[in-house]
Design a protein around this ligand. Sequence first.
Ligand code: IPD
Ligand code: CA
Ligand code: CA
Length: 258
Amino acid sequence: MQKTRQAMITEWLTYVADKLRESFNRDIKVAEKSAANDLVTEMDQWAERYLVSQIREHFPNDFIIGEEGCGDNVTSTDGTIWVIDPIDGTLNFVKAQNHFAIMIGIFQDGEPQEGYIYDVMHDELYIGIVGVGAYVNGTQIDQYSLESLEESLIIGNVMNFIDNRYNMQELARTAMGVRSIGSAALQTISVIKGEVSLYFSAGLEPWDFAAGYAIAESLGIKTTDHLGEKLSILKKSPVLIAYPNVHKQALEIIKQTN
Ligand code: IPD
Ligand code: CA
Ligand code: CA
């Protein structure tokens, strides 16, 4: 019997997660990208090359957007597009050997279809299928409903709060408390698990939000830009992922940005 796309992706991600954990037993090459805290390792590059080669072998007509540049030069949202972040939270991978994830989002004609987030050190694979639901290691995830900012925790990038991007200090003051993990993937998972009501980032690349967007969508959690508009997987954008009522409340605060 032919394996389903979901079964294949699960196998690939499990293999990559094993290799990432194994890499902690040896020295790996680390290089700076745009700044001293923007790192890339040989494992980011290896993982993306591996995932891209599997997708090309099994789904030759699909398009690929990858953070490390192994994908295609995609300029239209037509067709099936895979969006890959081979290690999300590379700084955590290097410095903490914890709190990082592998992400794949699949979009059809610009619409989120499937999302995969593998929390490597907790061995948890989150899968969201739009119109069906979301699962962690095969168990269905409940749909939570967090109703207000005042009664919930929120999550985001510490520097975004310090710099007060998009009025984020007011978001922080309104909420019960603020948390941060250092991985867009795991911060999105925190929303999905109902631990926090909102994740806002002042700027995420398509590979940072594609998988989480699809999983959130499969659970009725809203994902938009800072104006409440639909995201495009072709461009970087501020990203707000939140339970519907909290999303509405947060947009009012974000829109008051000077
Ligand atoms: C980064 C992490 C971080 C977020 C950055 C991302 P990377 O991804 O998700 O939490 O604040 O915007 O670039 O570079 O580790 O894949
Ligand atoms: Ca990332
Ligand atoms: Ca990355």
